[in-house]
Ligand binder design. Structure first.
Ligand code: E4P
Length: 217
């Protein structure tokens, strides 16, 4: 499973890149607002830190304007992935960009039917938002399982990018189902390391080691 960081914070991205865990980055207009940085410059810097796909989202709602914005964004770096919303204009843009060899991430997916449409439009990634889906009383993981089944039925190459991840079990469940990618805030990626038995085991080993009075080297 590939790990993408869902953030526009440069320091967090650098830190994760140093662990070797970072396969890509996703941003959205809200994350750019939170980071306080200039959109284009932020994406440029992220692309220079992370060689994997870096999603940058268009904000236009009509196809022609989406294409214009995509043109600006894809010139930033070769690893820019254009993020488009799951609308008719978004999918028209997805088809045009994909046919042209540009990676496309179709975002704000909340149903298996929408995911099927995105695959047919040639999306590189489909982003089902599991956390937001759970928030309104649905089961985000059922959605991931349905999309996996449908994509496998027809051998679609579109990668399932599990988004709106809220806790470590979302990551584990998504991996069990066979999602291709997950994107999570760095805080959640760090939570994946955590287990109380790891912490207590380290503490016990250190205590016993100190009792030996030895040092290494
Ligand atoms: C994905 O690309 C989105 O940026 C993100 O996962 C949305 O997550 P949220 O529901 O926590 O805002």
């Amino acid at each position: 499973m590939k790990f993408f960081a869902d953030t526009a914070e440069i320091a967090e991205i650098r830190d994760l890149a140093a662990t070797g865990l970072l396969d890509g980055v996703t941003t959205n207009p809200s994350l750019i607002m939170k980071s306080g940085g200039n959109f284009i410059e932020t994406v440029r810097e992220i692309c220079s830190i992370c060689p994997g796909p870096v999603s940058a989202e268009v904000v236009a709602l009509d196809h022609a304007e989406m294409m214009r914005e995509a043109e600006v964004l894809r010139k930033i770096a070769d690893n820019v992935t254009i993020k488009v919303p799951l609308t008719p204009d978004g999918l028209k843009t997805c088809k045009a960009l994909s046919d042209d060899g540009t990676m496309v991430n179709v975002t704000l997916c909340f149903s298996a039917a929408q995911a099927l449409l995105a695959a047919k439009a040639g999306a590189t990634f489909i982003s089902p938002f599991v956390g937001r889906h759970d928030d309104v009383g649905f089961n985000g993981m059922d959605l991931i399982a349905d999309i996996r089944l449908i994509y496998d039925n027809y051998d679609y190459a579109t990668q399932i990018l599990v988004a709106s991840v809220r806790h470590p079990m979302h990551v584990v469940e998504a991996a069990r189902i066979g999602a291709d990618v997950m994107t999570a805030p760095p805080k959640i990626i760090h939570q994946l390391f955590k287990h109380p038995l790891t912490d207590s085991g380290i503490a016990a080993f250190l205590k016993d080691w100190q009792a030996t009075g030895q040092t290494i080297g």
